[in-house]
Write a protein of this length. Structure first.
Length: 91
């Protein structure tokens, strides 16, 4: 990451990305930090690829193929934890 971003800001940016790109803006306001993205079908293989591209390009955090697994993609909270951990490891 070019500049450190707080975990809260990272979560906000990931949430906004998912709402805008995958949930048509989430008009019902249903997406929360603990919403089960895989169970709800919000994330599929194509969307995971788009999300990882966003994390790499917009958040500046490299994500290896080994990190792309259900535990790290379960919900916004776990995605944020992964991004924060990887950003700190790369700092």
């Amino acid at each position: 990451m070019s500049q450190p971003v707080s975990e809260e800001e990272t979560s906000k940016r990931i949430t906004e990305f998912i709402r805008e790109r995958f949930l048509d803006g989430d008009p019902q306001g249903e997406l929360e930090a603990g919403s089960p993205l895989l169970e709800w079908g919000v994330l599929n293989s194509l969307r995971v690829a788009r999300l990882i591209a966003f994390i790499r390009s917009d958040l500046g955090v490299p994500v290896s193929a080994m990190e792309i697994n259900p535990d790290n993609l379960r919900d916004v909270r776990s995605i944020t934890a992964m991004v924060t951990r990887l950003a700190r490891a790369g700092a």
